[in-house]
Design a protein around this ligand. Structure first.
Ligand code: PGA
Length: 258
């Protein structure tokens, strides 16, 4: 299984800044076997970054932060995943900011996962409990609901084409009072996710589906998070905005695999 290092830039960086960042990344990192490096710029930066990448070899993959599940039609202001074909390799689905700021539900998200699969783009399905849900002992129920809900529109054999990202909402850096998740807390949730995949789709799917961790990852804690059993990579928000930090995490991932 690859190790995924994915930067989620959220609504940050202009097109010019994104391009400078990518240039630096391409200059500084060497392709490494088994390491998948990807960044998720804003939608308007995707096309120029794609052109920039096509001139080089593609050691960095592009990720869409969001899209609409229909392929085309009268949906003013939306961008479909079929319009993103050829531009991105991955697309984030169900990030907690989409769920809680924009009110997206499992019903929306299962359609997005299906649309991405239909268009040959790998969905990165984010799931995670809020602080209240954790305090009320609801973590397992929430993870099951978001995981199986998000996957419910695709065929069982396609499940391993999805990347799952476990992102406890209470650990995401932009949330007030966020605290660092302890590796054993993460390990417990990862185990729940893999068990759920196993019970529903079988052992092979559970073993072959990549599961990432995200939530306040930085160069100091990335090593501890990457070595949690069952974690196949990291989804990094704030820290990925500083290219030096993102590059440090990539280098660390390479050393851990070497
Ligand atoms: P963070 O964001 O690394 O800033 O906590 C992670 C995410 O929201 O994907």
């Amino acid at each position: 299984m690859k190790t995924y290092i994915v930067g989620n830039w959220k609504m940050n960086l202009t097109v010019g800044e994104s391009s400078i960042y990518l240039q630096k990344l391409l200059k500084r990192i060497r392709p490494a076997k088994g390491i998948e490096v990807a960044v998720s710029p804003s939608l308007i930066a995707i096309q120029p970054l794609r052109m920039q990448l096509d001139k080089n070899n593609s050691k960095v993959k592009l990720v869409a932060q969001n899209f609409y599940h229909r392929d085309y039609g009268a949906f003013t202001g939306e961008v479909s995943v079929s319009q993103l074909r050829g531009l991105v390799n991955y697309a984030i689905v169900g990030h907690s900011e989409r769920r809680y700021v924009f009110g997206e539900t499992n019903k929306d998200l299962k359609q997005k996962v299906a649309a991405a699969i239909r268009n040959g783009i790998t969905p990165i399905l984010c799931i995670g409990e809020t602080e209240n849900e954790k305090n009320f002992g609801e973590t397992a129920d929430v993870l099951r609901d978001q995981l199986l809900g998000g996957l419910s529109e695709i065929d069982a054999e396609d499940v391993k084409k999805v990347v799952i990202a476990y992102e406890p909402v209470w650990a995401i850096s932009s949330n007030k009072g966020a605290r660092l998740a302890a590796p054993d807390e993460i390990a417990e949730s990862i185990k729940l996710i893999r068990n759920e995949l196993k019970e529903t789709y079988g052992k092979e799917t559970a073993d072959e589906t990549p599961v990432l961790y995200g939530g306040s990852v930085n160069p100091n804690n990335a090593g501890a998070y990457l070595t949690i059993p069952g974690v196949n990579g990291l989804l990094i928000g704030g820290s990925s905005l500083v290219s030096d930090h993102f590059i440090d995490i990539i280098e660390l991932a390479k050393r851990l695999r070497a």
